[in-house]
Design a protein around this ligand. Structure first.
Ligand code: NG1
Ligand code: ZN
Length: 532
Protein backbone atom coordinates (compact mmCIF):
# COMPACT_ATOMS: atom_id res chain seq x y z
CA UNK A 1 0.00 0.00 0.00
CA UNK A 2 2.72 2.48 1.02
CA UNK A 3 4.62 1.88 -2.24
CA UNK A 4 1.45 2.28 -4.30
CA UNK A 5 0.62 5.58 -2.60
CA UNK A 6 4.16 6.92 -3.09
CA UNK A 7 4.12 5.90 -6.76
CA UNK A 8 0.76 7.55 -7.39
CA UNK A 9 1.57 10.62 -5.31
CA UNK A 10 4.65 11.34 -7.46
CA UNK A 11 2.27 12.32 -10.25
CA UNK A 12 0.60 14.88 -7.97
CA UNK A 13 3.34 16.96 -6.33
CA UNK A 14 2.40 19.45 -3.65
CA UNK A 15 2.99 23.13 -4.47
CA UNK A 16 4.65 25.40 -1.92
CA UNK A 17 1.44 26.36 -0.18
CA UNK A 18 -0.32 25.87 3.15
CA UNK A 19 -3.80 24.38 2.77
CA UNK A 20 -6.72 24.46 5.17
CA UNK A 21 -10.15 22.82 5.13
CA UNK A 22 -12.37 25.87 5.51
CA UNK A 23 -16.12 26.29 5.91
CA UNK A 24 -16.59 24.94 2.39
CA UNK A 25 -13.73 22.41 2.19
CA UNK A 26 -10.56 23.26 0.26
CA UNK A 27 -11.20 26.05 -2.21
CA UNK A 28 -8.71 28.08 -4.28
CA UNK A 29 -7.29 28.64 -7.77
CA UNK A 30 -7.74 25.31 -9.53
CA UNK A 31 -4.09 24.96 -10.58
CA UNK A 32 -3.13 24.61 -6.91
CA UNK A 33 -5.56 21.79 -6.20
CA UNK A 34 -4.15 18.68 -7.91
CA UNK A 35 -2.26 17.35 -4.88
CA UNK A 36 -5.04 18.42 -2.53
CA UNK A 37 -7.69 16.41 -4.39
CA UNK A 38 -5.36 13.39 -4.57
CA UNK A 39 -4.84 13.52 -0.81
CA UNK A 40 -8.51 14.17 0.00
CA UNK A 41 -9.18 11.02 -2.03
CA UNK A 42 -6.95 9.10 0.37
CA UNK A 43 -8.82 10.59 3.30
CA UNK A 44 -12.22 9.74 1.79
CA UNK A 45 -11.17 6.10 1.66
CA UNK A 46 -9.96 6.20 5.29
CA UNK A 47 -13.20 7.86 6.37
CA UNK A 48 -15.19 5.11 4.68
CA UNK A 49 -13.09 2.42 6.37
CA UNK A 50 -13.51 4.13 9.74
CA UNK A 51 -17.27 4.06 9.10
CA UNK A 52 -17.26 0.31 8.46
CA UNK A 53 -17.25 0.69 4.68
CA UNK A 54 -20.22 3.04 4.47
CA UNK A 55 -20.08 5.21 1.36
CA UNK A 56 -18.43 8.63 1.56
CA UNK A 57 -19.11 11.39 -0.99
CA UNK A 58 -16.61 13.76 -2.56
CA UNK A 59 -17.68 16.84 -4.50
CA UNK A 60 -15.43 18.88 -6.79
CA UNK A 61 -16.82 22.41 -6.96
CA UNK A 62 -16.10 26.00 -6.01
CA UNK A 63 -19.77 26.98 -5.80
CA UNK A 64 -20.29 30.72 -6.44
CA UNK A 65 -16.58 31.47 -6.92
CA UNK A 66 -14.99 32.64 -10.19
CA UNK A 67 -14.49 30.05 -13.00
CA UNK A 68 -10.71 29.79 -12.39
CA UNK A 69 -11.30 28.47 -8.86
CA UNK A 70 -12.21 24.99 -7.82
CA UNK A 71 -12.58 23.10 -4.58
CA UNK A 72 -13.16 19.77 -2.92
CA UNK A 73 -15.26 18.71 0.03
CA UNK A 74 -16.34 15.46 1.65
CA UNK A 75 -19.83 14.21 2.46
CA UNK A 76 -20.43 11.95 5.48
CA UNK A 77 -22.63 8.81 5.36
CA UNK A 78 -26.01 10.36 6.13
CA UNK A 79 -25.40 13.08 3.52
CA UNK A 80 -24.18 15.60 6.06
CA UNK A 81 -20.96 17.58 5.84
CA UNK A 82 -17.72 15.97 6.98
CA UNK A 83 -17.38 15.57 10.76
CA UNK A 84 -15.58 18.67 11.97
CA UNK A 85 -12.89 16.64 13.75
CA UNK A 86 -11.82 15.20 10.40
CA UNK A 87 -11.20 18.62 8.86
CA UNK A 88 -7.87 18.67 10.68
CA UNK A 89 -6.98 15.24 9.26
CA UNK A 90 -7.72 16.56 5.77
CA UNK A 91 -5.32 19.43 6.40
CA UNK A 92 -2.69 17.04 7.78
CA UNK A 93 -2.64 15.03 4.55
CA UNK A 94 -2.93 18.10 2.29
CA UNK A 95 0.09 19.70 3.96
CA UNK A 96 2.39 16.65 4.12
CA UNK A 97 5.70 17.91 2.75
CA UNK A 98 6.69 15.00 0.46
CA UNK A 99 5.37 11.69 -0.92
CA UNK A 100 7.11 9.85 1.94
CA UNK A 101 5.77 12.28 4.52
CA UNK A 102 2.29 11.76 3.05
CA UNK A 103 2.53 8.01 3.65
CA UNK A 104 3.83 8.62 7.17
CA UNK A 105 0.90 10.95 7.92
CA UNK A 106 -1.56 8.52 6.29
CA UNK A 107 -0.25 5.65 8.43
CA UNK A 108 -0.25 7.95 11.46
CA UNK A 109 -3.99 8.56 10.95
CA UNK A 110 -4.64 4.82 10.66
CA UNK A 111 -3.00 4.27 14.04
CA UNK A 112 -4.45 7.35 15.73
CA UNK A 113 -8.01 6.70 14.51
CA UNK A 114 -7.79 2.91 14.91
CA UNK A 115 -8.80 2.30 11.31
CA UNK A 116 -9.20 -1.27 10.13
CA UNK A 117 -7.70 -1.10 6.65
CA UNK A 118 -9.00 -4.54 5.72
CA UNK A 119 -12.47 -2.99 5.43
CA UNK A 120 -13.43 -2.24 1.80
CA UNK A 121 -13.65 1.54 1.27
CA UNK A 122 -16.53 2.94 -0.81
CA UNK A 123 -16.49 6.42 -2.31
CA UNK A 124 -18.75 8.22 -4.78
CA UNK A 125 -17.98 11.55 -6.39
CA UNK A 126 -19.22 14.20 -8.79
CA UNK A 127 -18.18 17.58 -10.13
CA UNK A 128 -19.67 20.86 -11.32
CA UNK A 129 -19.15 22.32 -14.81
CA UNK A 130 -15.72 23.93 -14.30
CA UNK A 131 -13.03 23.33 -16.93
CA UNK A 132 -10.59 22.12 -14.27
CA UNK A 133 -12.97 19.38 -13.09
CA UNK A 134 -11.86 16.43 -15.27
CA UNK A 135 -8.14 16.77 -14.41
CA UNK A 136 -8.99 16.89 -10.71
CA UNK A 137 -11.12 13.78 -11.11
CA UNK A 138 -8.06 12.05 -12.61
CA UNK A 139 -6.02 12.96 -9.51
CA UNK A 140 -8.81 11.61 -7.34
CA UNK A 141 -9.10 8.27 -9.12
CA UNK A 142 -5.31 7.85 -8.91
CA UNK A 143 -5.65 8.06 -5.12
CA UNK A 144 -8.67 5.76 -4.90
CA UNK A 145 -6.96 3.16 -7.12
CA UNK A 146 -3.75 3.35 -5.08
CA UNK A 147 -5.61 2.33 -1.90
CA UNK A 148 -8.00 -0.12 -3.60
CA UNK A 149 -11.19 1.80 -2.85
CA UNK A 150 -14.43 0.97 -4.69
CA UNK A 151 -15.72 4.09 -6.38
CA UNK A 152 -18.44 5.40 -8.66
CA UNK A 153 -18.07 8.54 -10.76
CA UNK A 154 -21.47 10.27 -11.05
CA UNK A 155 -20.14 12.84 -13.53
CA UNK A 156 -21.87 16.21 -13.42
CA UNK A 157 -24.16 16.77 -10.45
CA UNK A 158 -25.26 19.59 -8.20
CA UNK A 159 -23.68 19.43 -4.75
CA UNK A 160 -27.01 18.60 -3.06
CA UNK A 161 -27.65 15.76 -5.53
CA UNK A 162 -24.40 14.15 -4.39
CA UNK A 163 -25.44 14.56 -0.74
CA UNK A 164 -28.78 12.94 -1.61
CA UNK A 165 -27.07 9.97 -3.29
CA UNK A 166 -24.74 9.36 -0.35
CA UNK A 167 -27.70 9.19 2.03
CA UNK A 168 -29.69 6.95 -0.32
CA UNK A 169 -26.83 4.48 -0.64
CA UNK A 170 -26.21 4.32 3.09
CA UNK A 171 -29.88 3.89 4.01
CA UNK A 172 -30.50 0.99 1.62
CA UNK A 173 -31.05 -2.38 3.26
CA UNK A 174 -30.99 -1.09 6.84
CA UNK A 175 -33.23 -3.05 9.24
CA UNK A 176 -34.95 -0.10 10.96
CA UNK A 177 -34.49 2.83 8.56
CA UNK A 178 -36.55 3.68 5.51
CA UNK A 179 -34.32 4.13 2.43
CA UNK A 180 -33.97 7.84 1.68
CA UNK A 181 -34.66 7.25 -2.00
CA UNK A 182 -33.49 5.47 -5.14
CA UNK A 183 -29.69 6.00 -5.28
CA UNK A 184 -29.62 7.39 -8.82
CA UNK A 185 -29.87 10.84 -10.35
CA UNK A 186 -33.15 9.70 -11.91
CA UNK A 187 -34.35 8.63 -8.46
CA UNK A 188 -33.70 12.16 -7.18
CA UNK A 189 -35.97 13.64 -9.85
CA UNK A 190 -38.64 11.00 -9.41
CA UNK A 191 -38.87 11.45 -5.64
CA UNK A 192 -39.02 15.23 -5.74
CA UNK A 193 -41.31 15.39 -8.76
CA UNK A 194 -43.85 13.02 -7.21
CA UNK A 195 -43.89 15.06 -3.99
CA UNK A 196 -44.33 18.29 -5.94
CA UNK A 197 -47.20 16.92 -8.03
CA UNK A 198 -48.94 15.70 -4.88
CA UNK A 199 -48.61 19.07 -3.16
CA UNK A 200 -49.83 21.00 -6.21
CA UNK A 201 -52.92 18.87 -6.70
CA UNK A 202 -55.93 21.11 -7.11
CA UNK A 203 -53.93 24.31 -6.66
CA UNK A 204 -54.37 27.16 -9.15
CA UNK A 205 -51.56 27.70 -11.68
CA UNK A 206 -49.15 30.38 -10.54
CA UNK A 207 -47.67 31.49 -13.86
CA UNK A 208 -44.08 31.21 -14.98
CA UNK A 209 -41.04 31.33 -12.70
CA UNK A 210 -37.77 32.50 -14.31
CA UNK A 211 -34.68 30.79 -12.92
CA UNK A 212 -31.14 32.11 -13.47
CA UNK A 213 -28.86 29.07 -13.20
CA UNK A 214 -25.57 31.04 -12.99
CA UNK A 215 -24.41 29.27 -16.20
CA UNK A 216 -23.67 26.31 -13.98
CA UNK A 217 -24.65 22.70 -13.34
CA UNK A 218 -28.05 23.75 -11.99
CA UNK A 219 -29.18 24.51 -15.56
CA UNK A 220 -29.24 20.99 -17.05
CA UNK A 221 -30.37 19.54 -13.73
CA UNK A 222 -33.29 21.95 -13.36
CA UNK A 223 -34.33 21.12 -16.93
CA UNK A 224 -34.27 17.41 -16.11
CA UNK A 225 -36.30 18.02 -12.96
CA UNK A 226 -38.84 20.11 -14.88
CA UNK A 227 -39.13 17.31 -17.42
CA UNK A 228 -39.81 14.82 -14.62
CA UNK A 229 -42.50 17.06 -13.09
CA UNK A 230 -44.25 17.93 -16.33
CA UNK A 231 -45.00 21.29 -17.97
CA UNK A 232 -48.65 21.13 -16.97
CA UNK A 233 -47.86 22.03 -13.38
CA UNK A 234 -44.35 23.46 -13.47
CA UNK A 235 -43.86 26.39 -15.81
CA UNK A 236 -40.19 27.34 -15.55
CA UNK A 237 -38.06 29.48 -17.83
CA UNK A 238 -34.36 28.67 -17.46
CA UNK A 239 -31.94 31.52 -18.17
CA UNK A 240 -28.14 31.64 -17.88
CA UNK A 241 -27.68 28.02 -18.89
CA UNK A 242 -24.49 28.36 -21.00
CA UNK A 243 -22.49 25.59 -19.33
CA UNK A 244 -20.40 25.07 -22.47
CA UNK A 245 -18.82 28.53 -22.00
CA UNK A 246 -16.84 28.05 -18.76
CA UNK A 247 -15.97 31.75 -18.42
CA UNK A 248 -19.64 32.62 -17.98
CA UNK A 249 -20.03 30.64 -14.76
CA UNK A 250 -21.27 32.96 -11.95
CA UNK A 251 -20.39 35.97 -14.10
CA UNK A 252 -23.00 38.76 -13.97
CA UNK A 253 -25.50 36.21 -12.71
CA UNK A 254 -26.28 33.76 -9.95
CA UNK A 255 -27.46 33.94 -6.36
CA UNK A 256 -24.30 35.58 -5.02
CA UNK A 257 -24.38 38.33 -7.69
CA UNK A 258 -28.03 39.12 -6.99
CA UNK A 259 -27.64 39.05 -3.20
CA UNK A 260 -24.51 41.22 -3.07
CA UNK A 261 -25.43 43.61 -5.91
CA UNK A 262 -29.12 43.75 -4.96
CA UNK A 263 -30.13 43.94 -8.61
CA UNK A 264 -31.36 41.81 -11.50
CA UNK A 265 -28.87 39.69 -13.40
CA UNK A 266 -28.51 41.62 -16.71
CA UNK A 267 -29.82 38.65 -18.74
CA UNK A 268 -33.13 38.75 -16.89
CA UNK A 269 -36.06 40.22 -18.76
CA UNK A 270 -38.74 39.39 -16.28
CA UNK A 271 -41.88 41.46 -16.37
CA UNK A 272 -43.27 43.33 -13.37
CA UNK A 273 -44.36 41.16 -10.44
CA UNK A 274 -43.05 37.97 -12.10
CA UNK A 275 -41.34 35.48 -9.83
CA UNK A 276 -37.60 35.19 -10.46
CA UNK A 277 -34.93 33.12 -8.73
CA UNK A 278 -31.15 32.73 -9.00
CA UNK A 279 -29.10 29.64 -8.13
CA UNK A 280 -25.36 29.59 -7.49
CA UNK A 281 -22.73 27.61 -9.44
CA UNK A 282 -23.35 24.26 -7.73
CA UNK A 283 -27.06 24.83 -7.03
CA UNK A 284 -27.03 24.71 -3.26
CA UNK A 285 -28.12 28.34 -2.84
CA UNK A 286 -31.19 30.15 -4.07
CA UNK A 287 -32.61 33.65 -3.73
CA UNK A 288 -35.89 34.96 -5.15
CA UNK A 289 -36.65 38.48 -6.36
CA UNK A 290 -39.10 40.51 -8.41
CA UNK A 291 -39.54 43.95 -9.87
CA UNK A 292 -42.49 46.02 -8.78
CA UNK A 293 -44.77 47.79 -11.25
CA UNK A 294 -42.65 50.93 -10.74
CA UNK A 295 -39.51 48.99 -11.71
CA UNK A 296 -38.04 48.83 -8.20
CA UNK A 297 -36.12 45.65 -7.36
CA UNK A 298 -37.04 43.52 -4.33
CA UNK A 299 -34.88 40.71 -3.02
CA UNK A 300 -36.47 37.73 -1.27
CA UNK A 301 -33.38 36.27 0.34
CA UNK A 302 -32.66 33.30 2.60
CA UNK A 303 -34.37 35.04 5.53
CA UNK A 304 -37.57 35.49 3.51
CA UNK A 305 -37.42 31.84 2.40
CA UNK A 306 -36.88 30.67 5.99
CA UNK A 307 -39.81 32.69 7.32
CA UNK A 308 -42.07 31.49 4.50
CA UNK A 309 -41.13 27.86 5.09
CA UNK A 310 -41.39 28.11 8.88
CA UNK A 311 -44.85 29.67 8.80
CA UNK A 312 -46.12 27.07 6.32
CA UNK A 313 -44.67 24.09 8.16
CA UNK A 314 -45.91 25.33 11.53
CA UNK A 315 -49.47 25.63 10.17
CA UNK A 316 -49.32 22.28 8.41
CA UNK A 317 -47.97 20.43 11.44
CA UNK A 318 -50.76 21.88 13.59
CA UNK A 319 -53.42 21.08 10.99
CA UNK A 320 -52.14 17.50 10.81
CA UNK A 321 -52.69 17.10 14.56
CA UNK A 322 -48.99 17.01 15.38
CA UNK A 323 -48.76 20.17 17.46
CA UNK A 324 -46.28 18.49 19.83
CA UNK A 325 -43.49 18.65 17.26
CA UNK A 326 -41.01 21.39 18.15
CA UNK A 327 -40.43 23.76 15.26
CA UNK A 328 -37.59 26.26 15.27
CA UNK A 329 -35.60 28.50 12.96
CA UNK A 330 -31.82 28.78 12.81
CA UNK A 331 -30.13 31.91 11.49
CA UNK A 332 -26.75 33.62 11.60
CA UNK A 333 -25.87 37.15 12.68
CA UNK A 334 -26.37 38.20 9.03
CA UNK A 335 -30.11 37.57 9.25
CA UNK A 336 -32.02 40.81 9.01
CA UNK A 337 -33.29 41.95 12.42
CA UNK A 338 -36.80 42.30 10.99
CA UNK A 339 -36.85 38.62 10.03
CA UNK A 340 -35.84 37.58 13.53
CA UNK A 341 -38.53 39.79 15.05
CA UNK A 342 -41.12 38.39 12.62
CA UNK A 343 -40.28 34.77 13.52
CA UNK A 344 -40.39 35.31 17.26
CA UNK A 345 -43.23 37.84 17.53
CA UNK A 346 -45.55 37.09 14.60
CA UNK A 347 -44.92 33.39 14.05
CA UNK A 348 -44.23 32.73 17.73
CA UNK A 349 -41.36 30.34 16.95
CA UNK A 350 -37.95 30.09 18.65
CA UNK A 351 -34.86 31.37 16.82
CA UNK A 352 -31.32 30.13 17.39
CA UNK A 353 -28.32 32.10 16.11
CA UNK A 354 -25.13 30.23 15.16
CA UNK A 355 -21.75 31.20 13.68
CA UNK A 356 -21.55 31.55 9.89
CA UNK A 357 -21.21 28.33 7.88
CA UNK A 358 -23.94 25.87 7.03
CA UNK A 359 -22.53 23.08 9.15
CA UNK A 360 -23.23 25.15 12.26
CA UNK A 361 -26.78 25.96 11.21
CA UNK A 362 -27.49 22.40 10.17
CA UNK A 363 -26.26 21.03 13.47
CA UNK A 364 -28.43 23.47 15.45
CA UNK A 365 -31.47 22.72 13.27
CA UNK A 366 -31.28 19.00 14.08
CA UNK A 367 -32.01 19.85 17.73
CA UNK A 368 -35.61 20.69 16.72
CA UNK A 369 -38.18 18.20 15.42
CA UNK A 370 -38.56 20.45 12.39
CA UNK A 371 -35.56 22.78 12.09
CA UNK A 372 -35.71 25.43 9.39
CA UNK A 373 -32.32 26.95 8.64
CA UNK A 374 -31.13 29.44 6.05
CA UNK A 375 -28.21 31.75 5.69
CA UNK A 376 -29.30 35.16 4.43
CA UNK A 377 -27.45 34.37 1.19
CA UNK A 378 -29.94 31.59 0.39
CA UNK A 379 -28.26 28.41 1.59
CA UNK A 380 -30.56 26.32 3.71
CA UNK A 381 -33.12 23.57 4.15
CA UNK A 382 -35.38 21.95 6.75
CA UNK A 383 -34.36 19.01 8.92
CA UNK A 384 -36.69 16.50 10.56
CA UNK A 385 -35.79 14.57 13.70
CA UNK A 386 -36.27 10.79 13.90
CA UNK A 387 -39.23 11.45 16.19
CA UNK A 388 -40.75 13.80 13.62
CA UNK A 389 -40.24 11.28 10.83
CA UNK A 390 -41.93 8.54 12.78
CA UNK A 391 -44.78 10.75 14.05
CA UNK A 392 -45.47 12.00 10.52
CA UNK A 393 -45.34 8.47 9.12
CA UNK A 394 -47.49 6.79 11.78
CA UNK A 395 -50.02 9.39 12.98
CA UNK A 396 -53.68 8.45 12.48
CA UNK A 397 -55.71 11.49 11.43
CA UNK A 398 -58.89 12.26 13.38
CA UNK A 399 -60.72 14.18 10.67
CA UNK A 400 -60.67 14.55 6.88
CA UNK A 401 -58.95 17.92 7.27
CA UNK A 402 -56.23 16.30 9.38
CA UNK A 403 -55.86 13.56 6.81
CA UNK A 404 -55.29 16.07 4.00
CA UNK A 405 -52.78 18.07 6.05
CA UNK A 406 -50.96 14.88 6.97
CA UNK A 407 -50.73 13.76 3.34
CA UNK A 408 -49.34 17.15 2.40
CA UNK A 409 -46.86 17.02 5.25
CA UNK A 410 -45.65 13.59 4.11
CA UNK A 411 -45.18 14.92 0.59
CA UNK A 412 -43.37 17.96 1.96
CA UNK A 413 -40.89 15.72 3.77
CA UNK A 414 -40.18 14.01 0.44
CA UNK A 415 -39.89 17.32 -1.41
CA UNK A 416 -37.26 18.66 0.96
CA UNK A 417 -33.65 17.52 0.66
CA UNK A 418 -32.85 17.47 4.33
CA UNK A 419 -29.22 16.49 3.89
CA UNK A 420 -28.11 19.99 2.87
CA UNK A 421 -29.36 23.26 1.34
CA UNK A 422 -30.61 22.37 -2.15
CA UNK A 423 -31.59 25.14 -4.56
CA UNK A 424 -33.74 22.86 -6.75
CA UNK A 425 -35.68 21.41 -3.84
CA UNK A 426 -35.95 24.86 -2.20
CA UNK A 427 -37.27 26.30 -5.46
CA UNK A 428 -40.11 23.80 -5.51
CA UNK A 429 -40.72 24.30 -1.79
CA UNK A 430 -41.26 28.04 -2.34
CA UNK A 431 -43.43 27.41 -5.41
CA UNK A 432 -45.62 25.02 -3.41
CA UNK A 433 -46.01 27.37 -0.46
CA UNK A 434 -46.87 30.36 -2.65
CA UNK A 435 -49.47 28.24 -4.47
CA UNK A 436 -50.99 27.07 -1.18
CA UNK A 437 -51.11 30.58 0.23
CA UNK A 438 -52.27 32.04 -3.10
CA UNK A 439 -49.47 34.59 -2.89
CA UNK A 440 -47.38 36.32 -5.50
CA UNK A 441 -43.90 37.64 -4.65
CA UNK A 442 -45.33 40.97 -3.53
CA UNK A 443 -47.59 39.42 -0.89
CA UNK A 444 -44.69 37.26 0.27
CA UNK A 445 -42.41 40.28 0.47
CA UNK A 446 -44.92 42.26 2.50
CA UNK A 447 -44.85 39.82 5.45
CA UNK A 448 -42.16 42.08 6.96
CA UNK A 449 -39.91 44.88 5.80
CA UNK A 450 -36.15 44.38 5.92
CA UNK A 451 -34.22 46.94 7.92
CA UNK A 452 -31.81 48.81 5.63
CA UNK A 453 -28.46 47.02 5.88
CA UNK A 454 -24.95 47.09 4.52
CA UNK A 455 -22.22 44.46 4.21
CA UNK A 456 -18.67 45.68 3.62
CA UNK A 457 -15.40 43.88 3.18
CA UNK A 458 -12.42 45.39 4.99
CA UNK A 459 -8.85 44.51 4.04
CA UNK A 460 -6.76 44.09 7.18
CA UNK A 461 -3.14 43.18 7.81
CA UNK A 462 -3.95 40.02 9.76
CA UNK A 463 -7.52 38.82 10.06
CA UNK A 464 -6.54 36.11 12.56
CA UNK A 465 -6.31 38.70 15.35
CA UNK A 466 -10.10 39.13 15.18
CA UNK A 467 -11.55 36.66 17.68
CA UNK A 468 -15.34 36.56 17.88
CA UNK A 469 -17.80 35.18 20.41
CA UNK A 470 -21.60 34.99 20.87
CA UNK A 471 -22.28 33.46 17.42
CA UNK A 472 -19.79 35.96 15.98
CA UNK A 473 -21.85 38.94 17.09
CA UNK A 474 -19.15 40.29 19.40
CA UNK A 475 -15.36 40.58 19.23
CA UNK A 476 -13.23 39.41 22.15
CA UNK A 477 -10.03 40.54 20.45
CA UNK A 478 -8.33 42.86 19.60
CA UNK A 479 -9.10 44.29 23.02
CA UNK A 480 -11.08 47.50 23.10
CA UNK A 481 -12.52 47.15 19.59
CA UNK A 482 -15.93 45.80 20.68
CA UNK A 483 -16.36 48.67 23.17
CA UNK A 484 -15.81 51.16 20.36
CA UNK A 485 -18.33 49.35 18.13
CA UNK A 486 -20.89 49.28 20.98
CA UNK A 487 -20.60 52.97 21.61
CA UNK A 488 -21.02 53.78 17.91
CA UNK A 489 -24.01 51.41 17.47
CA UNK A 490 -25.69 53.07 20.47
CA UNK A 491 -26.00 56.29 18.49
CA UNK A 492 -28.30 54.74 15.83
CA UNK A 493 -32.01 54.02 16.06
CA UNK A 494 -32.56 50.25 15.55
CA UNK A 495 -28.79 50.08 15.02
CA UNK A 496 -26.96 46.73 15.00
CA UNK A 497 -23.51 45.99 13.69
CA UNK A 498 -20.75 43.43 14.03
CA UNK A 499 -17.37 42.65 12.55
CA UNK A 500 -15.88 39.17 12.06
CA UNK A 501 -13.02 37.58 10.15
CA UNK A 502 -14.22 35.89 6.97
CA UNK A 503 -13.78 32.12 6.91
CA UNK A 504 -13.35 32.05 3.13
CA UNK A 505 -11.52 35.26 2.18
CA UNK A 506 -8.60 37.22 3.53
CA UNK A 507 -10.72 40.02 4.97
CA UNK A 508 -12.92 41.17 7.84
CA UNK A 509 -16.62 41.58 7.09
CA UNK A 510 -18.64 44.35 8.67
CA UNK A 511 -22.44 44.11 8.74
CA UNK A 512 -24.72 46.91 9.84
CA UNK A 513 -28.40 47.68 9.92
CA UNK A 514 -30.38 50.68 11.11
CA UNK A 515 -33.79 52.32 10.80
CA UNK A 516 -32.76 54.39 7.76
CA UNK A 517 -30.67 53.58 4.66
CA UNK A 518 -28.22 56.45 5.17
CA UNK A 519 -27.72 55.50 8.80
CA UNK A 520 -27.03 51.84 7.99
CA UNK A 521 -24.39 52.98 5.47
CA UNK A 522 -22.85 55.46 7.91
CA UNK A 523 -22.75 52.85 10.69
CA UNK A 524 -21.02 50.34 8.39
CA UNK A 525 -18.42 52.93 7.42
CA UNK A 526 -17.86 53.84 11.05
CA UNK A 527 -17.35 50.23 12.15
CA UNK A 528 -15.11 49.58 9.14
CA UNK A 529 -12.93 52.51 10.26
CA UNK A 530 -12.71 51.03 13.75
CA UNK A 531 -11.47 47.62 12.52
CA UNK A 532 -9.26 48.84 9.66
P1 NG1 B 1 -17.39 34.06 5.14
O1 NG1 B 1 -16.38 34.37 4.09
O2 NG1 B 1 -16.85 33.31 6.33
O3 NG1 B 1 -18.19 35.28 5.52
C1 NG1 B 1 -19.11 33.17 3.27
C2 NG1 B 1 -20.55 33.52 3.50
C3 NG1 B 1 -21.18 32.41 4.32
C4 NG1 B 1 -20.99 31.04 3.69
C5 NG1 B 1 -19.52 30.83 3.34
C6 NG1 B 1 -19.25 29.53 2.62
C7 NG1 B 1 -21.57 35.72 3.95
C8 NG1 B 1 -21.54 36.94 4.76
N1 NG1 B 1 -20.66 34.78 4.25
O4 NG1 B 1 -18.47 33.05 4.51
O5 NG1 B 1 -22.53 32.70 4.52
O6 NG1 B 1 -21.82 30.89 2.57
O7 NG1 B 1 -19.01 31.93 2.58
O8 NG1 B 1 -19.48 29.58 1.26
O9 NG1 B 1 -22.38 35.59 3.03
ZN1 ZN C 1 -22.88 26.71 -3.60
Amino acid sequence: MAAAIIEASKKHPKPDQVFSYGTAGFRMKAFLLDSVVFRVGLLAALRSQRQGGRTIGLMITASHNVPEDNGVKLVDPMGEMLDERWEAHAATLANASSDEDLVAKYEGLITELKINTSVQANVIFAKDTRESGPALVAALTDALNAVGANFTDYGLLTTPQLHYLVRCINTQNLPDTKPYGEPTEEGYYTKIAAAYRKLMQGKPRQGQVTVDCANGVGAPKLKALAEAIGKDIFDVKVINDAIDVPSKLNSQCGADFVKTQQRLPPASQASALARCASLDGDADRIVYYFCDSDGSFHLLDGDKIATLAASFIADLVKAAGLADLRIGVVQTAYANGSSTAYITKTLGLPVVCTPTGVKHLHHAATKFDCGVYFEANGHGTVTFSLAAHSAIASHSPESPAQATALENLRALVDLINETVGDALSDLLLVEVILAHKGWGPKEWNSTYTDLPNRLVRVEVKDRSVFKATDAERRLLEPTGVQEKIDSLVGKYKQGRSFARASGTEDAVRVYSEAGERAEADELARGVADIVA
